[in-house]
Every structure is written in C-alpha cells, then in structure tokens.
Design a protein around this ligand. Structure first.
Ligand code: MN
Length: 189
C-alpha cells in the first residue's frame, strides 16, 4: 500500500504564494486520490510489491496499463513536487548542480527563463521539469497530464505542477504569475 508523503511544512507555510486552501485540496484531495486509486488498481496484481518507479517503468507506453501508469506517475510527481517547495527555502541548488546549470543554460537566470517557458508552453495540464539524462546532461522538458520523466529513465531534479488545480484558487488563469512566484519564493533545491 502506498501512502501520500506528508507535507514537510504545514498548510499555511507557503503563504502568501500558495494558499492553505490550495495545499489542502492539492495535497489532501488530488494527490491523495491518485494514491488511493493506485492502491485499488494494483491490489492483488504483480505490481503490488513494486516501488513506484518500478510500476511506472513497467506500465509506461502500454495502453493495457494506462490507469495504473497515470495514477503511479501522479503519485510520484506530486510527492516530488511538494518535497521541493519551502517558503524562501534553498533558492539555489548545491554548488555542483549550480555550476552544471550555468554551464548548460549560460546562467541560473537563463535556466529560470527556460523553465518558465516550458511551464507556459505546456498546453493544458502537465508539468515542467529540470531533468538529468543517463549521460549526465541537464535538460528542461515539459510533460503532459500525468507523464513523468521516470518513464523515460530521466532523473528529475526540479518540477512545477501546472495543472490548473495547482494554482487556480490563488492565481486563476495567471499561470505565469504562479511560475514566477514558484521560482522566486517557493522553489527549494
Ligand atoms: Mn497536481
């Protein structure tokens, strides 16, 4: 049985950039529902004793397993997302990763621009990510709906959820303002 990862802060900790109401719905309802659905779908199947990552890799790109994949991917994505926020937390990555970001994108500010562009370019629901490929190269990518870099053996280093449920209560249609607030105040490397 999978469980939601507990928030590493309380539901008022990200004010004013993410409201208590948003966290209560997003973590307490949306994320919880993905985990509950996953548990129901894998009960008494070969997936029951696997890790989330294993389930994702074994169900990705296979229409027979789309519901399991979608819920496993969303369970992973949300656990990762909530763990990488804090109010004015670690706004820059470790020295080593920061150097790699600067080498790849030119500067941290350019990385932020690319990350924001990916978050805005994702049409409809999805995610923007900083990932590392198997050769150690960094990339900014976007994924649609539940899709997760784990399915393609990419290592996630940062993400933002751009499903409307992530920001609509606080920012309505202003996804760009949410991404700006995330990068300036919520990101926690
Ligand atoms: Mn979400």
């Amino acid at each position: 049985m999978f469980q939601v990862k507990k928030l590493p802060y309380d539901t008022r900790a990200l004010l004013p950039y993410m409201s208590e109401e948003t966290l209560k719905f997003h973590h307490g309802k949306h994320y919880q529902t993905y985990v509950d659905n996953l548990n129901k779908l894998i009960a008494e199947t070969k997936f029951e004793d696997m890790s989330l990552e294993e389930i994702i890799k074994q169900t990705a790109f296979n229409v027979e397993y789309t519901p399991i994949y979608n819920n496993a991917a969303q369970a992973f994505n949300h656990g990762f997302f909530f763990d990488h926020m804090a109010l004015n937390g670690n706004k820059r990555p470790s020295h080593e990763l920061l150097k790699k970001i600067e080498q790849t994108f030119g500067s941290y500010e350019n990385f932020e621009k690319e990350f924001k562009a990916a978050a805005l370019a994702q049409f409809g629901s999805g995610w923007a990510w900083l990932v590392e490929d198997q050769k150690g190269n960094l990339k900014v990518i976007k994924t649609a709906n539940a899709d997760t870099p784990i399915a393609s053996s990419l290592k996630p280093l940062m993400t933002i959820d751009v499903w409307e449920h992530a920001y609509y209560l606080d920012y309505q249609n202003r996804r760009g303002d949410f991404v700006d607030a995330f990068l300036a105040h919520l990101i926690n490397w």
